[in-house]
Design a protein around this ligand. Structure first.
Ligand code: ZN
Length: 270
């Protein structure tokens, strides 16, 4: 069992890195803001958890931003993991009440021309993005494809959601990576067993915990960001806003409503 609402980083002396993340309360918070059908909720929970495990460089507070253009009714999915512990996300579409099966999951995440873009931020280097064309597969398989194409790293991903009475009560992901000097035969030998943790606990299998941190649902929006996005609007849009006594701006990610008075907008736009 994974520790609820924690990310954990493990290393094995044979050159294998394992990262696990449980985002159960994060997805619950997100679903309070964005009501979604069950399959969409499960997909969102898995993607939030996978976004978290991609942030492996905890020493340098690595952040991950994900943009998944599904080209299906799910629309565009966004999720972020930042400062090694905060997550947020949303999708602008939804499924039409489909049942939870891996066939439906595959169909919904990879429409024709679907793309997955990951941007990484860290204290050490400039942000960089890479995009892959999602061919087909489950969410875990799409992330494996991303790691292979983008980072040239062999990895095994596993995602899991637990549903009780039509509610997502748990969402988690595990990622096992073969490091450049790693033992490929041992990596293959570990395979499913490590991901499933059937026989032994990870520590008994030789994995050592390097770091762990709680995961919290939190947004990065604030007044300054709202101001910057309004100031970036075309003049025509700004004039429309100024005709109103007050502008209401809702943050997509956390649902927070910002009310900006006409006077304040005038000062911003001057
Ligand atoms: Zn927000």
């Amino acid at each position: 069992m994974l520790k609820a609402n924690y990310i954990r980083h493990y290393i094995h002396e044979k050159g294998i890195r394992l990262t696990t993340a449980d985002v159960s309360s994060g997805i619950a918070e997100m679903l309070k803001i964005h009501r979604l059908p069950l399959l969409s909720s499960a997909i969102m929970g898995k993607i939030l958890a996978c976004t978290a495990v991609l942030a492996t460089d905890f020493k340098n507070h690595e952040g991950i931003s994900l943009l998944w253009k599904t080209n299906t009714t799910l629309g565009t999915i966004r999720s972020d993991m930042y400062d090694g512990k905060y997550i947020r996300g949303y999708m602008d579409g939804y499924d039409e009440g489909l049942s939870i099966t891996s066939t439906n999951e595959k169909k919904l995440i990879s429409g024709v021309g679907a793309q997955l873009t990951i941007t990484r931020y860290s204290l050490l280097r400039q942000p960089y993005s890479s995009t892959i064309h999602v061919t087909s597969g489950t969410i875990a398989q799409c992330f494996e494809q991303y790691k292979k194409e983008s980072d040239q790293i062999l990895c095994r991903m596993q995602t899991s959601v637990i549903i009780r009475e039509n509610e997502i009560i748990s969402a988690s992901a595990k990622m096992m990576e073969l490091l450049p000097e790693g033992d490929i035969a041992f990596f293959r030998h570990l395979g499913e067993e490590t991901l499933n943790e059937q026989k032994d606990s990870l520590e008994n299998m030789g994995f050592m915990v390097l770091s762990e941190s709680p995961i919290i649902f939190q947004c990065t929006c604030n007044n300054k960001r709202i101001m910057n996005s309004l100031m970036g609007l075309p003049n025509r849009e700004k004039e429309k806003l100024l005709q109103q006594p007050c502008a209401e701006i809702t943050c997509h990610s956390c649902g927070k409503i910002y009310k900006i008075s006409n006077q304040v907008m005038k000062e911003w736009f001057m």
